[in-house]
Design a protein around this ligand. Structure first.
Ligand code: BMA
Length: 325
């Protein structure tokens, strides 16, 4: 079988990279891996900014069209605080989810503690003031996002613990109150061997509700002699039981091809953790870090993405008991 060409789904913005460190109102080494949201008619990106110490902060950028004329708040929204020792080495890679029941945005981000990366939550209404929830998963764990609403009465979160043995896989966990998490269930496993998503995978942007199921984009870090290549592909989760994976693409849909993706502080990295869906134009805008240095944008038609995903292999439903070991 000739695999369908998923790499044509996304069109890169011709003016990429759309944001660089030099655009910021203060000196910094890199601006990358943004979370994305649409707030009051504007696109808000919560950028990971690596400062000149090597510590990452989360910085708001706003734009009417989501492409040009970015305005930057003077101060970062989240930066390490002494009363939060779990963030001593920085705040990284946020995923932003609007939660109608709470009437606020959740920010799931990687807090870099001196015992390793862990998952922290914070809440905001407007991306001007923020309230920290603190750590919700111990180290090592990252690449987390909440779902926008409760599922069967409980909140759900995808995350990526790093076990001592075997690969690093995506898990889903549940909570009655966003603080106490349990029913940890293996969701999507990294493949093995030569696959693009062998050994280490992790969630990209937050899960997106579609008529077919939760659309999940995830990254694979394919190991090579010159370091990993970060690419992304799709999976589809059952709407009512998101621990059930309905489909998973064999091929990646976006990988490092452009110069700004192939060369940076870390070469050959595309790392999306934010997207914005415009239903009126069927346009999915994917914001991603390129080369751990700059922010880039690529767009796709959601209807074409779903058509592509419908042609990816359907998976056997796994029983919960298969994944508890
Ligand atoms: C991952 C994360 C990302 C980073 C990527 C590539 O493990 O740390 O923040 O973009 O590696 O270096």
């Amino acid at each position: 079988m000739i695999p369908s060409d998923g790499e044509r789904l996304f069109q890169r913005q011709p003016t990429n990279p759309i944001i660089r460190a030099a655009d910021l109102p203060y000196p910094a080494n890199a601006a990358f891996n943004p979370g994305a949201a649409r707030v009051d008619g504007e696109t808000v990106l919560l950028l990971r900014v690596e400062d000149l110490r090597g510590i990452s902060l989360l910085q708001v950028a706003r734009s009417r069209d989501g492409v040009t004329d970015w305005r930057f708040d003077e101060q970062p929204l989240l930066q390490p605080l002494t009363e939060h020792p779990e963030e001593i080495w920085g705040c990284e890679d946020p995923r932003l989810v609007w939660m109608p029941e709470r009437d606020e945005w959740s920010i799931a981000y990687t807090a870099y503690s001196n015992r390793g990366p862990l998952v922290s939550l914070a809440m905001t209404r407007d991306f001007r003031e923020v309230r920290r929830f603190g750590p919700v998963m111990p180290p090592e764990d990252k690449d987390a996002s909440l779902f926008p609403h409760r599922i069967d009465g409980r909140w759900a979160m995808i995350h990526r613990p790093s076990p001592l043995r075997g690969g690093a896989h995506m898990w889903i966990s549940y909570s009655p109150d966003l603080r106490h998490w349990g029913d940890h269930t293996l969701l999507i496993e990294a493949r093995e061997g030569a696959w693009w998503d062998a050994d280490k995978i992790g969630l990209g942007p937050p899960p997106l509700a579609t008529p077919d199921g939760w659309l999940v984009m995830y990254h694979g870090a394919h190991p090579t002699a010159s370091g990993p290549i970060y690419r992304v592909g799709f999976a589809l989760l059952d709407l009512e039981r998101p621990e059930v994976v309905l489909r998973r693409s064999d091929n990646w849909v976006l990988g490092p091809q452009a110069d700004y993706e192939r060369v940076g502080d870390v070469n050959k990295v595309v790392f999306p953790n934010g997207w914005v869906m415009d239903d009126a134009t069927d346009t999915l805008s994917l914001y991603y870090g390129a080369g751990d240095s700059v922010v880039a944008l690529a767009t796709a038609r959601l209807s074409e993405v779903l058509d592509h995903v419908r042609h990816t292999p359907a998976l056997q439903h796994r029983r919960n008991s298969d994944s508890s070991g």
